[in-house]
Write a protein that binds this ligand. Structure first.
Ligand SMILES: CCCCC/C=C\C/C=C\C/C=C\C/C=C\CCCC(=O)SCCNC(=O)CCNC(=O)[C@H](O)C(C)(C)COP(=O)(O)OP(=O)(O)OC[C@H]1O[C@@H](n2cnc3c(N)ncnc32)[C@H](O)[C@@H]1OP(=O)(O)O
Length: 258
């Protein structure tokens, strides 16, 4: 049953991770397995018997833990999401603010419901600490034209490595997250094959950083992405990385080989 859902979800995700309608994923056979009142399942927006909330929280919205520098950079990139044409009219710019949920599965329409069925307690590592400002505060913006992604990241006090400084694993985690997000948006579901990281200068805990990622090239199912982590004014290079992602069929993630 989950294999069937996974195949459908994978297909939807690789077609741009949008527009998936849960009733199309949950076949009659699936309904029988779920042994629930879904025989008369209807579009999510019309559902009254479904016991779960339908709207995932976007964790990349400003909160009171964000420093003035974090807010300034957020507003700077947010402004790039709107542009003006020659007549001064507002139109969409090349940048998009990416929502960030506590499970990747919630990116697909209807995925919020599926996330209650598959490993319900699972959480995205970077969104698993609830105290605002304690760990990973970040917001990412995607430029699909340039095939780049930029993330504004504020490193909280629970991410200490060397005393007073950010843990290298936390830096790698954020690089994996942002490069993986770019690869995922360009190619659908992916997994990290390698992440080669060079730490050039230590990051004081509490810093606001910029994580710039760019597509290097795509070769078949391989997506190569490079990344630089700098201080918020871009004057200091902290970390460089090169990552390889491989497009996957998400069936195995749901416990099936297909
Ligand atoms: C779950 C759905 C995801 C959807 C994402 C979509 C959108 C994203 C949106 C938001 C995302 C939000 C947050 C993202 C957050 C984090 C992202 C983190 C991702 C991870 O943190 S994920 C965990 C760590 N990751 C693993 O746990 C992988 C373990 N591993 C494997 O699962 C396999 O190993 C795999 C799948 C990598 C490949 O397996 P495979 O069977 O599909 O492919 P195969 O082996 O045939 O390789 C095909 C070609 O890649 C070359 N190749 C492979 N590996 C290589 C290597 N290491 N070095 C150099 N080249 C390599 C081969 O040489 C061949 O090249 P060629 O075609 O030229 O011969």
């Amino acid at each position: 049953m989950l294999g069937h859902i996974a195949r459908r979800l994978g297909h939807q995700m690789s077609n741009g991770l949008k527009g998936m309608n849960l009733p199309h994923v949950l076949t009659k056979e699936t309904h029988r397995h779920l042994q629930s009142p879904f025989d008369t399942i209807c579009p999510v927006s019309m559902m009254s018997l479904w016991p779960f909330s339908g709207k995932p929280q976007d964790f990349s919205q400003p909160n009171s833990s964000w420093s003035p520098e974090m807010v300034r950079l957020y507003e700077h990139y947010n402004a790039l999401c709107d542009a003006e044409n020659e007549n001064g009219e507002k139109k969409r710019g090349p940048w998009r603010k990416l929502p960030s949920y506590d499970r990747t599965i919630k990116y697909a329409t209807g995925g919020v419901h599926l996330s209650k069925l598959v490993q319900a307690k699972a959480r995205l590592f970077t969104r698993c600490i609830e105290e605002e400002g304690a760990a990973f505060e970040y917001v990412a913006f995607l430029n699909k034209v340039e095939k780049t992604c930029v993330c504004v990241f504020q490193a909280g006090h629970l991410l200490e490595g060397a005393p007073g400084h950010l843990h290298g694993g936390a830096i790698a985690t954020m690089i994996d997250t942002v490069t993986g997000t770019l690869a995922g948006y360009l190619s659908g579901p992916v997994m990290t094959a390698y992440l080669n990281t060079n730490y050039r200068s230590p990051v004081p805990l509490g810093s606001v950083l910029l994580i710039h990622c760019a597509l290097d090239r795509i070769e078949g199912k391989k997506i190569f992405v490079n990344c630089k982590v700098t201080s918020s004014d871009e004057s200091k290079l902290h970390t460089e990385a090169a990552a390889l992602f491989v497009s996957i069929n998400i069936g195995p993630l749901f416990g099936t080989q297909s």
